[in-house]
Design a protein around this ligand. Structure first.
Ligand code: S3P
Length: 435
């Protein structure tokens, strides 16, 4: 446990660059590992979650090497040629590694054991084991630790997602890569589409159609993937902490460079603008098939709003820090339809309600969201006792932002989970506060 008190800060000023996108980084390694030949990746997020993916892929035969900061090469084995791992795959804290790799392994004739930390071992895996079992894979349970026995050939399925989850969608599509025939996923609510974009770039035959207002995604197996050169854009979910910090701390003016703005990820920016936040997009461009811009964020008094639940999937990881913004806005912010937040690295509704209330915010927890009555710009009091982060990086970083906008600082009980997604978070926040 590494506790820290985040103290109130003067204006935040300067230019920063956040690390590479976590979702794209996981997928870059996985798809490169399945291509025939050498792929090159730059801007890879070197956080613990992505390293769990790298270690698992190495254990299944891929050669993955770091050639410089964020620069990696991957020698793939080809779809269908993953090897039997000789030891359990340790997924650490990473739900994305676990669920996507379960998909890949499902259609390979190999057996793998999955283990993880206390947080990951509580998270539901039934949402992926259920469709993958229909394809023919076998699972010893629905929470970690568990053993998966893949099958080859697997059976193609058409699967309608019962929860809005890009991880479940991706698990089924990845199983489809080595399954003869066409595997279909029907998505009633759009979720992040990096798997679709990237697999198309790798040469898979994948097509997306609108059917009765739903997205139908089809992939033809057995696919042959061609190696790629990938530039990973900055992670909007990491930029989120600095966007909110700059909006809340009076006098702030921050440029965050190279932020990925895929519409399936950019919901927070839309919501913060509706609340009155000044967020400018500079130098819009495309990197690695994803829209990217530099964001200039300046201090703005915020107003509470009712957040449309339809926007939730495009900002699913950003609600903890949105709750912090709401705690300092003028008036009431109401969020609904957020049941999925209860099965993230922690129960993010209840953990944020407790942590924010202890820091002096007025919050009420409901079954599917939080109701926050903001201070109207007045800093929060701060907390007397450390906030419990429950092995959840986004809780730790959100409460760090709350500390910057408080009178006496906010202490978190453990900053170590931050390294899962954003190893240099503290360096960046300390640098901006001193500039
Ligand atoms: C992710 C999908 C989301 C998100 C997670 C990363 C992905 O999870 O919360 O941080 O890379 O596909 P769900 O699919 O469970 O919503």
């Amino acid at each position: 446990m590494r506790p820290r008190r985040f103290l109130p800060a003067g204006p935040l000023r300067g230019r920063i660059r956040v690390p590479g996108d976590k979702s794209i980084s996981h997928r870059s390694l996985m798809f490169s590992a399945l291509a025939v030949g050498t792929s090159r990746i730059s801007g890879l997020l070197e956080g613990e979650d992505v390293m769990s993916t790298a270690a698992a892929l190495r254990a299944m035969g891929a050669t993955i090497e770091r050639t410089g900061a964020g620069e990696w090469t991957v020698e793939g084995v080809g779809v269908g040629a993953l090897l039997q791992p000789q030891a359990p795959l340790d997924m650490g804290n990473s739900g994305t590694s676990t669920r996507l790799l379960m998909g890949l392994i499902a259609s390979h004739p190999i057996t793998a054991q999955f283990t993880g930390d206390a947080s990951l071992s509580k998270r539901p895996m039934g949402r992926v084991t259920e469709p993958l079992a229909t394809m023919g894979a076998d699972f010893s349970g629905t929470t970690l630790p568990l053993t998966e026995r893949g099958i080859c050939p697997a059976v193609p399925i058409a699967y309608r997602l019962p929860v809005a989850s890009a991880q479940v969608k991706s698990a089924v599509l990845l199983a489809g890569l080595n399954t003869p025939g066409i595997t279909t996923v029907i998505e009633p609510v759009p979720t992040r589409d990096h798997t679709e974009r990237m697999l198309t770039g790798f040469g898979a035959e994948l097509w997306v159609e609108e059917e009765n207002g739903e997205r139908a995604i089809r992939i033809r197996g057995e696919a042959v993937l061609r190696p790629q050169t990938i530039d990973v854009p900055g992670d909007p979910s990491s930029a989120a902490f600095f966007i909110v910090a700059a909006l809340l701390v009076p006098g702030s003016d921050v440029v965050i460079e190279n932020v990925g703005l895929n519409p399936t990820r950019a919901g927070l920016i839309e919501v913060l603008r509706l609340m009155g936040g000044s967020i400018e997009e500079l130098n819009p461009r495309e990197i690695g098939g994803e829209p990217v811009a530099d964001l200039r964020v300046t201090y703005s008094p915020l107003k509470g709003i009712a957040v449309d639940p339809a926007i939730a999937p495009s900002m699913i990881d950003e609600f903890p820090v949105l709750f912090v913004a709401a705690a300092l806005a003028e008036g009431r912010t109401v969020t609904t339809g957020l049941e999925e937040l209860r099965v993230k690295e922690s129960d993010r509704i209840s953990v944020m309600a407790t942590a924010l209330a202890a820091a002096g915010a007025r919050v009420r927890e409901t079954e599917d969201g939080l109701i926050v009555d903001g201070t109207g710009g007045e800093p929060l009091e701060g907390n007397p006792d450390p906030a419990a982060t429950h092995l959840d990086h986004r809780i730790a970083m959100s409460m760090a932002v709350a500390g910057l906008a408080s009178y006496h600082g906010v202490e978190v009980d453990d900053t170590s989970p931050i390294a899962t997604s954003f190893p240099n978070f503290e360096t960046l926040i300390d640098g901006l506060a001193q500039a």
